[in-house]
Design a binder for this molecule. Structure first.
Ligand SMILES: [Zn+2]
Ligand SMILES: [Zn+2]
Length: 136
């Protein structure tokens, strides 16, 4: 059996009573995070240690975010992305070569310079020829 020191229990109870009385009287405040007590100050909800810790954690968060943003904006990161995009584009071009088309004006196969589907004629002359034919 553990012997309970009645005197000590009473002392603790008295101490707690005193504490709560002081908290009620706004002489002391109970920290919302660690339940430590500190001298009352209006609007102050956390003890100094907890405030410090909160501030530190927030600064760490900010620092981390700033670092990530700064890193994303650096020139090397940008050019890396551009390099990657260019490589992807070239890869796609290699896999999808420009298809030959049949010119409807001169009936010749030709390779257009771009993938633009609007390109139908092998040359400007053929295109003009077609328009002339249409007009007549
Ligand atoms: Zn605290
Ligand atoms: Zn043509």
């Amino acid at each position: 059996m553990i012997e309970i020191d009645e005197k000590l229990v009473k002392k603790v109870e008295e101490y707690e009573d005193e504490l709560y009385r002081k908290i009620e009287n706004k002489e002391l405040t109970l920290c919302e995070m660690c339940e430590d007590v500190f001298p009352y100050k209006p609007q102050k909800r956390f003890c100094d240690a907890c405030l410090k810790r909160r501030r530190y954690l927030r600064q760490k968060d900010y620092a981390k975010r700033d670092y990530v943003v700064a890193k994303r904006k650096t020139g090397s990161a940008l050019s890396k992305k551009q390099e990657y995009d260019l490589a992807r584009r070239n890869e796609w071009k290699d896999k999808n070569p420009i298809q030959q088309k049949l010119c409807p004006a001169c009936d010749k196969m030709f390779t257009p310079k771009t993938r633009n589907p609007k390109i139908k004629y092998c040359s400007a002359e053929c295109r003009n020829l077609k328009y002339k034919v249409k007009k007549e």
